[in-house]
Write a protein that binds this ligand. Structure first.
Ligand SMILES: *Cc1c(COP(=O)(O)O)cnc(C)c1O
Length: 401
């Protein structure tokens, strides 16, 4: 018998990101030559725009390859400040901004910086897969606020108010939302701001899809619609989704200097600065020409309209029209209890497995986002793939009895 290393308690219950797992399985099958239609990806299919790549190449040529300040280079922080002013009308100084290795690390740093064991964080359901894990890794307790498709996944403000305790440290908002594509109304954002100031908790506002909106309105968040609540807001954002830069790993935080300082301390003892070259590229993305953003947004909109149309025509599938991001989250629960041969489709996991094994479509089961009635399709892929995916999906559902 070989010796077995003992792991820490905190990692024993930790599950790997389910979305990355589905994507990996789909890619593995594809590599084996299986003809997979992958609608599971959580990233734009576009290449990073050329002028952004050029900035990185220039940085490399100029020898910009050393450690930078932990919280990021001034040039990037200025570009972030400029963006927040341009899109939200919000002013942040250098000491209120920090850059990290993706929006995900920003969220991780925040949780480590503000949560003591037993502190509660309210998370609307359906949620982005990593929120509960990030909270739990910091010793916090996720409190789940159920949101319903009937109301377009808007916040149930009465239920939210009822959930607030002395232990409530923060609420996480993600608008536009992954996985639902929902955008919170200005009225609801204001109501959240009021609850935060009255009850003294922080609003972690994950604005990563802020530029991918189809409702004609600009980016907004609790801080921009309610200036009195700005001190309570921690803005999380990054360049991954807006500029097709998921692999570059640059995200940023804007908020109270106290929290930014604490996050910087944590980052200084964990990963240090984010990649120097990627910081230069991110600065170019934020401060350069923005027409690439609207070109990608228009493409996402065309695909959204297509996929919502197709899903709407399938019996037993109900889908709220997404207002942003690049996902649809149809309710497929009317198919639960049906069979394929001897296999019972008893939930979103079984359906997603069936779709992958039999129809060769990769999607993410809703249970990964805290709601088993749904599955998530990404439409960050070309129209031919989407069309083929919807043909297969419709055909596969017909075979269930
Ligand atoms: C993709 C994503 C992020 C962060 O992505 P990074 O690549 O780490 O910047 C954060 N929140 C949501 C909801 C996302 O979908």
């Amino acid at each position: 018998m070989s010796w077995i290393p003992a792991l820490a308690e905190r990692v024993k219950n930790l599950k790997p990101s389910p979305t990355l797992a589905v994507d990996a399985k789909a890619k593995r099958l594809k590599a084996k030559g299986v003809d997979i239609v992958n609608l599971s990806a959580g990233e734009p299919d576009f290449d990073t725009p050329e002028h952004i790549k050029e900035a990185a190449i220039r940085a490399l040529r100029d020898g910009f390859t050393k450690y930078t300040p932990v919280a990021g280079i001034p040039e990037l922080k200025e570009a972030v400040a400029e963006k927040l002013k341009r899109d939200y009308g919000l002013k942040y100084s250098d000491s209120e901004i920090m850059a990290s290795t993706g929006g995900k690390q920003v969220l991780y740093n925040i949780a480590q910086a503000i949560l003591d064991p037993g502190d509660e964080v309210i998370i609307p359901v359906p949620y982005w897969v990593s929120y509960p894990a990030i909270v739990e890794l910091a010793g916090g307790i996720p409190r789940f606020l159920q949101c319903e498709a009937d109301s377009g996944f808007s916040l149930d403000l009465d239920a939210l108010e009822d959930m607030i305790t002395e232990k409530t440290k923060a609420l996480i908002l993600n608008s536009p939302s992954n996985p639902t594509g929902a955008v919170y109304s200005i009225q609801d954002l204001k109501a959240v701001g009021k609850l935060a100031t009255e009850n003294g908790f922080m609003v972690i506002t994950d604005d990563i899809y802020d530029e991918i909106r189809f409702d004609g309105n600009g980016p907004d968040n609790v801080a921009s619609v309610m200036p009195d609540a700005k001190d309570h807001c921690l803005i999380v954002n990054g360049v991954s989704k807006t500029y097709a830069m998921t692999g570059w790993r640059i995200g940023y935080l804007a908020g109270s200097e106290i929290v930014v300082k604490a996050c910087t301390k944590i980052q200084s003892q964990s990963t240090s600065n984010p990649n120097s070259i990627a910081q230069k590229a991110a600065a170019a993305a934020l401060s350069g020409p923005q027409d690439c953003v609207s070109i990608m947004r228009d493409a996402f909109l065309e695909r959204r309209d297509f996929i919502v149309d197709r899903l709407g025509a399938i019996a037993g599938v109900n889908c709220v029209e997404p207002k942003g991001a690049f996902y649809v989250f149809p309710d497929v629960s009317s198919y639960f209890g049906s069979h394929y041969g001897d296999t019972l489709i008893d939930g979103s996991l079984a359906l997603a497995d069936y779709l992958l094994e039999k129809a060769r479509i990769a999607c993410v089961p809703g249970i990964a986002f805290g709601d088993d009635r749904f599955i998530r399709f990404s439409y960050a892929t070309d129209m031919d793939t989407l069309k083929e995916g919807m043909d297969r999906f419709e055909g596969a559902l017909k075979e269930l009895g």
